[in-house]
Design a binder for this molecule. Structure first.
Ligand code: GLP
Length: 241
């Protein structure tokens, strides 16, 4: 595991954007796994700048997002479809036909999960997976549980996750109770994983994930077993290591 600690969030964002840009320059047809939440916003802003400055092109890339809420219309401002368009896709040259997210409004959610897994497989798997971490150790929306699913599946969101995400909605009642998420098996199959965390409020869970036992009670702890894990932290998130 390669852990890098940065003096500021900006430096962390720059390092992460450089990793992604570097991957695309080496492999223009790279398959990127993308995350949502507050943490990667600065990385996406950097990638947009790099694209505008002619430093990177996503023309041949393919992306797969980790997750999407169930039952939120795609054009709802808090859907991850809308988040990705607003914060990245609308500003770069990635063809939307290769920018994939699970469809949380599919009539048959089980079939949608299988479709998503098949698409990832067809694309040759994920070259670089970007991850944030939830306060309870979730990655994507893989919540702590006695067992974790390998492939894409429907999950019931933990109360803690709904509370954390309520800040993006008018009230907690509006936060969906279900989501579709890529499974930990798919995440762990990514050839490189970049885990990012910022802020002192993530320090405890970062320590459990990186130094605690590998357990389904903390899904991010499974990342310890990955041969190419890069962890990018600011000083707050690293303060308990
Ligand atoms: C969200 C997302 C995750 C994200 C995590 C942390 O619920 N499903 O993919 O990594 O929670 O979010 P944040 O970066 O806002 O702390």
């Amino acid at each position: 595991m390669n852990i890098q600690v940065f003096a500021s969030g900006d430096q962390l964002d720059e390092a992460c954007a450089d990793l992604i840009g570097g991957m695309i320059r080496i492999k223009p047809r790279a398959v990127l796994g993308l995350a949502t939440g507050g943490t990667p916003l600065g990385v996406y802003r950097r990638l947009i700048d790099d694209y505008r400055n002619g430093l990177v092109s996503f023309r041949h890339a393919t992306t797969f997002n980790l997750d999407e809420y169930v039952g939120l219309p795609e054009d709802h401002p808090e859907s991850y479809h809308a988040y990705m368009r607003k914060n990245l896709f609308d500003h770069i040259d990635l063809p939307l036909s290769r920018a994939h997210l699970p469809n949380g409004n599919a009539a048959d959610l089980e079939a949608e999960c299988r479709r998503y897994d098949a698409l990832i497989e067809e694309a040759g798997g994920i070259d670089l997976q970007l991850l944030g971490i939830g306060h309870n150790g979730h990655i994507g929306f893989n919540e702590p549980d006695r067992e974790l699913a390998t492939g894409t599946h429907v999950v019931e969101l933990a109360e803690k996750t709904r509370q954390a995400n309520a800040r993006f909605f008018n009230s907690i009642d509006e936060v969906p109770r279900l989501a579709i998420t890529m499974g930990v098996g798919t995440i762990l199959k990514a050839r490189t994983i970049v885990l990012m965390a910022k802020g002192e409020d993530k320090a405890d869970i970062v320590r459990r994930a990186l130094e605690g036992p590998i357990t389904t009670d903390c899904p991010a702890s499974l990342l310890q077993a990955h041969p190419q894990l890069i962890v990018l932290l600011d000083q707050g998130a690293a303060s308990k290591l």
